[in-house]
Design a protein. Structure first.
Length: 228
């Protein structure tokens, strides 16, 4: 959709730094340097480096997602029969999952929520280990016993956590005329993409939004201490 509206999309082109430039910004990547009137930066796990001047402590957490082929097949896990869910047990451990949305041979996705070690984009362990798979299967056997059949795949990702697990969405406090930031989504940002996209477009185009975003002001987190 963006391409049809005239956007240029640059993939696999890491951003190294950005800086104010004249009445706008200048962005440096591994391939080139760009200037623009407005910058919307959503750096994910790279927020600690690319948005260090916010003085917001971000914790980057390694997470593992699993796709299991259920013991009795995927029929009970199809979207018409099975919901998106999150399950908290008496010990406070959260597991979440999805129906088999990719067809009968692709399994159903499941993962722990906030149960990973602190990492960085440069040092993250991308290997899914056997003990992790066993821990996931053992946990599922007590709440969704038909699910942990055969592991089809495991994939790692990164959560960018804030101290209160709320987002950071705002005009940059030091560069409010040209820079909008969105980060610190703490593992639950994707489901808010439509409204976050609208907010960021509002901020970049007009400097304000009708959506109430005071909760996401980075000022609340300046120099806070992250929980361990």
């Amino acid at each position: 959709m963006a391409t049809r509206q005239g956007a240029d999309l640059h993939f696999d082109e890491p951003m190294t730094r950005w800086e104010p430039y004249r009445d706008g910004v200048r962005v440096h990547t591994a391939e080139n340097t760009y200037t623009a009137g407005q910058l919307v930066i959503c750096p994910g796990a790279w927020a600690p480096r690319l948005l260090a001047d916010l003085r917001v402590p971000f914790s980057i957490e390694r997470q593992v997602m699993y796709w299991f082929q259920p013991k009795q097949g995927t029929d009970p896990f199809l979207p018409t029969r099975h919901p998106v869910y999150i399950w908290e047990n008496s010990a406070g451990v959260h597991v979440y999952g999805f129906p088999a949305i990719d067809g009968p041979d692709s399994g159903a996705k499941v993962a722990f929520f906030h149960k990973g070690e602190v990492t960085t984009p440069e040092t993250i362990d991308r290997t899914v280990h056997e003990d992790e798979i066993r821990a996931m299967a053992d946990h599922l056997s007590g709440c969704v016993p038909d699910l942990p059949g055969t592991l089809l795949k495991g994939v790692t990702c990164m959560f960018s956590n804030t101290a209160d697990e709320h987002f950071v969405i705002a005009r940059h406090p030091e560069h409010p005329e040209s820079v909008t930031v969105a980060c610190g989504f703490s593992g639950h940002g994707f489901k808010f993409v439509p409204v976050v996209g609208e907010i960021l477009a509002d901020l970049a185009l007009t400097g304000a939004t009708e959506h109430p975003i005071g909760l996401f002001d980075p000022a609340r987190l300046i120099d806070t201490v992250l929980p361990h």
